[in-house]
Ligand binder design. Sequence first.
Ligand code: ACO
Length: 325
Amino acid sequence: FENFKILATASQVPTRVVDNDELSTMMDTSDDWIVQRTGIRRRHIAVDETTSSLCTSVAKQLLEKTGLKPSEIDLIIVATMSPDYLTPSVSAMVQGNLGADHAVAMDIDAACSGFVYGLNMVKQLLIAETPKNAILIGGEMLSKLIDWQDRSTAVLFGDGAGGVLLKNTPKAEGAFISENLKTLGKLGRYLTAGKTGAPTPFMEKKDEFSPFFQMNGRRVYRFAVNNVPESINQALAEASLTTDDIDHFVLHQANSRIVEKIAETLGVSMDKFPINIDEYGNTAAASEPILLDQLVTNGTIKRGDVVLLSGFGGGLTVGTMILKY
Ligand code: ACO
């Protein structure tokens, strides 16, 4: 067993929809500004949902779609930057909710690159002598990390979860083709959120516990439009492929302008770059698996298609994986 394949995809978003006009009643912004700068029209925002409840729903759908029993799941990984708690992990909560008693569960955090980083981890952990099944979910409740007075970040993010059920397979039957992951920790200060804990009596600076997003938007934009094409080109080169060999470029949905710029840099038609940010906003680790599930469900991605996933964001991180669906 040297490879994996995707048996099923699933997604779940909160039912409450907040459109740009509603945000314009809460802060000094407008539908026009948000659509022009980002492509976002609305986002789904949790009311009583949580990261773990959204992820549990995705996991249950994955079991239903594949007909697997909870006891047949060996590994559960949740990629998230907005867990319910620091402990227990979201993945452990999902394991408990499913009754997947044989599964080992852990969370990983690579922000918006989390789903691709998670695929990399699943690949390494699944390679074993016996058949094994893994659930990988990207799930976020970013709305709780937002300062709802700060128009520069509040308009960008949304909540949701998406995931895949993977099985390890012999090399020839597998999905994995190539990957390229990079972490640029020195640039981490350009995008921070969720400082945890509380000031202690021993600390000198007690005012640094803002839980909210702080972002240098221009700097992150520049990072994305330079580093994502580079990562994509390196993943293509590793597999001796060109952009012509890719059927679908499933990119992290942070901003439609970023996706358009990346397509232009690569010299590829936007027809191959599906976009759903208008409906969901930026859902970090959940954005690629939500889009993947949408494309599989509506028949755009078919068995045998070559899909390139590429995520970028907090860390800063960037990650690309090419696989056969
Ligand atoms: N409504 C109206 N005006 C606004 C808003 C708003 N929501 N937000 C900012 N403005 C104003 C600013 O105050 C500024 O006004 P000024 O010129 O009077 O100072 C003006 O609009 C321009 O602001 P900029 O920040 O320069 O706008 P820009 O064109 O750079 O767009 C954006 C901002 C959309 C954030 C862009 O920089 C971007 O997409 N960056 C990448 C962000 C990203 O991808 N982040 C997610 C990473 S993924 C992760 O890991 C979570």
